[in-house]
Design a binder for this molecule. Sequence first.
Ligand code: AMP
Length: 299
Amino acid sequence: MSLTVIGTLAFDTVETPFDRRDEALGGSATYFAAAASGFGEVGMVGVVGTDFPDENLALLRDLGVDCGGVEVADGKTFRWGGRYEADWNTRHTTFTDLNVFEQFDPKIPTGYVGSPFVFLANAEPRLQMRALEQFDTPKLVVADTMNLWIDIARDDLQELLRRVDGVVLNDEEARMLSGEKHLLAAARKVLDLGPRFVVLKKGEHGAFLIGEDVHFSLPAYPVESVIDPTGAGDSFAGGFMGYLASVSNIQPHTLRRAMLYGTVTASFCVEGFSVDELRKRRRPDVESRFNELLSFITL
Ligand code: AMP
């Protein structure tokens, strides 16, 4: 397996200023894998309950995602609810029911342990670490996190950050983790904690990549009609890492291109609920929007 993601498979209930969707297929691993699947093989590690319909796994398999690391546990699937304000940028989490995810102890299948590219989606840092320890010697490990873990599991998170190559954070998380108000200073402080690069996601304002030998800033693709921003961050990470895994290269120039691919897959994600649009847009659509985005940023 060239790329593996460890994260949630979920039922999401989302309210936007214009519409709502109840119990739609979601989860960090779902969005990541759907976005990465256009680039090559991707394996998923996660857990679902007995209420998770086979059609959902079939949908992911149809995209080429390997679900060999998804276990079915007795109980209910992880559920999450979110509500967006009219500005689309403010999101309130209405509920988080961990359900079977609470007892989840990730087991990396034998066929995945040699995976050169690994994405540790948002989860308790100790769970992310237990997953990471089972891999042989990945070429690139990237982790995501959230405010809650920065707040209640900072030591574990810092230990994890010493072991990963990259971290994806939104601006608020970067400020919280570093204690710095200015984003560039915040990113530099995060680099001091261990990772070789930080991807700062700034929602509709784009994304910023900073590392020892790379600085790159990119606007978001200007989507005409946002339907649901849920999963944009994980879809960004899926496009970013899916591309890197497909070329098996992590040079600064390739990381910059990967930022464009991440921006493109995130833009598809927000054009629909759940993975509706990510499913429809395959590699030729990705390439076409990549070229369009490139034309926007070139003189
Ligand atoms: P994003 O919009 O990129 O932050 O991702 C939202 C997705 O993450 C949703 O599909 C949720 O099911 C999932 N999610 C929300 N909260 C958590 C959590 N605490 N741990 C893991 N996954 C979560």
